[in-house]
Design a protein around this ligand. Structure first.
Ligand code: ADP
Length: 328
C-alpha cells in the first residue's frame, strides 16, 4: 500500500466520494475535491473534517485542500478567460514571458489583460512601466491600470509599497488574488495570470475559485528546473486544467561580442520533457542581454523588433491558435 493509499483510507466516506485527486510530496498532502452542488457551509465542514483526519498522519507536515466549484459559478457574471502562466521555480522568466505574450497578443489585435498574482514578488508594474500608477475602484471593483504597451494590468505591486515583501498566506493571499481577477476588465477577453512559482496557496485558490481555461508552464532547460516544472504541471492536471504547453526560456546565449551561441543552461530539455509528458512545446526564448535590458527599462521586447521579439511572438501565435480552437 502506498502512503497516498494510507491517507485515502483515513478520509471520511462522504468526502472520499468527492475526492478527485490526492498527492503526497515532501510531506505536503494536496487534495482536490469536487464541491459541486455543496453550499459554503457544507464545503467548509468537509474541508475541516479532511484537515482534521490528515493533520497527524505519518509523513504529513502540511495539508492543502482545494474545493473545486462548479464551472458555472464564477464570482462575476462575466470574467475574461484565464490563462495561467506557471513555473516550478522563480527566476526562470515567467513574468517576462507573461508580459511579452500579452503584448504580442495585443499587437495581433486581441483584447488581453494581465493579473500579476505573484503577490510575493510582483514584477509586472516594472515590466510594463506603470509602477507609479494606482488602480481606481468603482462599484467595489478595481479598474485595471493601463500600460503604454496597450495591456491593462492589475498587480499587488500597484496596491502595496514597492519592495515591501508580502508575507501573506492562505485566505489573505486568496482574497488579494480574488480582487485582482474579479475586477472591472471591460472588453478584455483573455487574462494572462502570472502565478508565483511552485504549487502553493495562490495556485490552489486559482483552481478552486477561478478555474483557468488552460495553463502554460515555463522552464529553463536544465534538469533541476524541469523537475519543479513537472510538479507545477501536475497540480494543474490534478485540477483538470488543460496544459496548453511548455515554453523553454534562456536557451541559446548569443555572445554579443563574437556571436557564438552557447547554452549555459543546456538546450532542448523542455521540448524533450514536453514530448515525454505528451503536452505541446510552444517554443524557445533565447537568453539575450537585450531581453533583460529592455525588460528592466519597462519596454517589453515583444513590442519591438528583433530575434527576441520574434521568439515571443511565435509563442504568442501558438497561444492564439489554442484560444481560437478552444472557444468558451
Ligand atoms: P520569474 O518570473 O520566473 O521569477 P523573471 O521574468 O522575473 O522570472 O526573470 C528573471 C530575470 O531574468 C529578469 O531580470 C529578466 O529580465 C531576466 N530574463 C528572463 N528571461 C530572459 C531571457 N530570455 N534573456 C535574458 N534575460 C531574461
Amino acid at each position: 500500500m502506498t502512503d497516498e493509499d494510507r491517507l485515502r483510507q483515513r478520509i471520511p466516506a462522504a468526502a472520499l466520494e468527492r475526492l478527485q485527486s490526492l498527492r503526497l510530496a515532501d510531506g505536503v498532502a494536496t487534495l482536490i475535491f469536487d464541491a459541486g452542488g455543496l453550499d459554503s457551509l457544507a464545503r467548509d465542514r468537509m474541508e475541516v473534517a479532511v484537515r482534521d483526519t490528515l493533520r497527524d498522519a505519518e509523513g504529513v507536515s502540511e495539508v492543502r485542500v482545494a474545493m473545486m466549484a462548479d464551472r458555472q459559478e464564477p464570482a462575476a457574471p462575466r470574467l475574461p478567460r484565464i490563462v495561467a502562466i506557471g513555473s516550478g521555480k522563480g527566476g526562470v522568466g515567467k513574468s517576462t514571458l507573461t508580459a511579452n505574450l500579452a503584448v504580442a497578443l495585443a499587437r495581433e489585435g486581441r483584447k488581453v489583460g494581465i493579473v500579476d498574482a505573484d503577490i510575493y514578488g510582483p514584477s509586472q508594474p516594472k515590466l510594463l512601466a506603470n509602477e507609479e500608477d494606482r488602480p481606481r475602484a468603482a462599484d467595489n471593483k478595481l479598474i485595471p491600470v493601463p500600460s503604454k504597451a496597450g495591456v491593462p494590468v492589475l498587480s499587488m505591486g500597484h496596491l502595496v509599497d514597492p519592495g515591501r515583501a508580502i508575507a501573506w498566506r492562505g485566505p489573505m493571499a486568496g482574497n488579494a488574488l480574488g480582487q485582482l481577477i474579479d475586477a472591472d476588465w471591460g472588453d478584455v477577453e483573455t487574462l494572462l495570470v502570472d502565478l508565483p512559482p511552485g504549487t502553493g496557496d495562490i495556485q490552489l485558490t486559482m483552481l478552486q475559485r477561478f478555474r483557468p481555461a488552460g495553463a502554460i508552464i515555463v522552464s529553463t532547460p536544465q534538469d533541476l528546473s524541469l523537475i519543479d516544472a513537472a510538479r507545477a504541471m501536475q497540480l494543474f492536471e490534478q485540477g483538470q486544467v488543460p496544459i496548453i504547453g511548455m515554453v523553454e526560456n534562456m536557451a541559446g546565449y548569443a555572445c554579443p561580442h563574437c556571436g557564438e551561441v552557447s547554452d549555459p543552461f543546456g538546450e532542448g530539455g523542455v521540448e524533450a520533457a514536453a514530448a515525454q509528458k505528451g503536452v505541446a512545446f510552444l517554443g524557445r526564448i533565447p537568453l539575450e542581454l537585450g531581453i533583460r535590458l529592455a525588460s528592466d527599462a519597462g519596454q517589453p521586447p515583444a513590442a519591438g523588433e528583433g530575434a527576441g521579439a520574434e521568439a515571443f511572438r511565435a509563442v504568442a501565435r501558438k497561444l492564439g491558435e489554442w484560444l481560437d480552437s478552444h472557444p468558451g
